[in-house]
Design a protein around this ligand. Structure first.
Ligand code: RIB
Ligand code: CA
Length: 303
């Protein structure tokens, strides 16, 4: 079992990624760290605790960054992830609280405790990870793998024509992480937009397990509505954050290439993740995905 830390800004697709991770026997969830992003960090923490409760998991939750490293935090994207971040689910009152330890200290502690073993799957802005390598740069050589949902290397962005949301939310954090020497696999829009969770799957979830399936379906319905408002006829939504978990479960879902990727820190291309041709590779970038195989696997696990 691979020990993992899942760093989230729980929104709808983060919640699906949490369900996938909790239900994957290949992974041992050491803890979930939270960051601002889709919603403010205290809401991301609340949502994470609630999703875990619905899944019957007692994995520890550790709250992290409230703000980007150097910029003002952007507004929550409630039109995409719902009023409270979990789509149409509004009654979100988890019984449990987050641990007292800060997310950044937890990341450093776990990597030091299990040298060479920990996989960090980051599916929100990279602020917690950037703060961890700034505080203890030595951890970079002791992390087994960092799987990042973020970036758009050979495709357009989703928040601007150039930038993907997680990187755009804190470009300086992404820049810090990309320069840190951490062993990164980038799961960006190049591959996540090739995945599709069809709306039909929601009816099947509701039938199979009215409790948990009903909860996940209510949440995801809202997210699919947003997708369809942008892409009429899409028939579903992309599985951005779940694909990062999928890559931690099995690298065979994707084809990746070693590349040097840089983040634009100013101008109209702010947050762009561009290749530096001929540059020394600083990560593996996923460029293709066996989408049907992955979606089938995801569906076989969550409910
Ligand atoms: O661009 C997709 C990413 O932005 C996902 O992590 C989603 O949850 C949002 O944060
Ligand atoms: Ca996310």
């Amino acid at each position: 079992m691979k020990p993992i830390i899942l760093d989230v800004d729980t929104g709808v697709d983060d919640a699906l990624a949490i369900a996938y991770a909790v239900r994957s026997p290949e992974l041992r969830l050491l803890g979930l760290t939270t960051c601002f992003g889709n919603v403010p960090v205290d809401e991301a923490t609340r949502n994470t605790l609630y999703v875990l409760e619905r899944l019957g998991s007692d994995a520890p939750v550790l709250q992290g960054a409230q703000e980007p490293l150097r910029r003002k935090r952007k507004e929550a994207v409630r039109h995409i992830h719902g009023e409270k971040g979990l789509g149409g689910v509004l009654d979100i009152a988890p019984a449990r609280k987050a641990e007292r330890q800060h997310a950044v200290d937890f990341i450093i502690e776990q990597v030091r405790k299990l040298p060479g073993q920990v996989t960090i799957v980051s599916v929100g802005p990279l602020t917690n990870l950037a703060l961890a390598v700034q505080k203890d740069p030595g951890i970079a050589e002791w992390v087994d793998q960092v799987v990042i949902m973020g970036g758009a290397v050979r495709v357009p962005g989703n928040v601007t024509p150039h930038a993907e949301a997680n990187i755009h939310s804190d470009p300086e954090a992404a820049d810090t992480v990309f320069r840190s020497g951490l062993p990164i696999t980038l799961v960006g829009l190049d591959v996540t937009l090739k995945t599709l969770l069809a709306r039909d799957a929601l009816a099947a979830w509701r039938r199979k397990d009215p409790e948990l399936g009903g909860f996940l379906a209510e949440m995801t319905d809202f997210y699919i509505d947003f997708y369809e408002s942008c892409l009429p006829g899409a028939g579903g939504c992309a599985l951005h954050d779940p694909l990062a978990v999928g890559v931690a479960v099995s690298a065979d879902f994707v084809t990746a290439e070693p590349l040097h990727v840089q983040v634009r820190l100013d101008g109209e291309e702010l947050g762009r993740t561009g290749e530096l041709p001929g540059g020394r590779p600083n990560m593996r970038v996923c460029l293709d995905v066996r989408a049907d195989e992955f979606v089938k696997h995801f569906l076989s696990r969550v409910i």
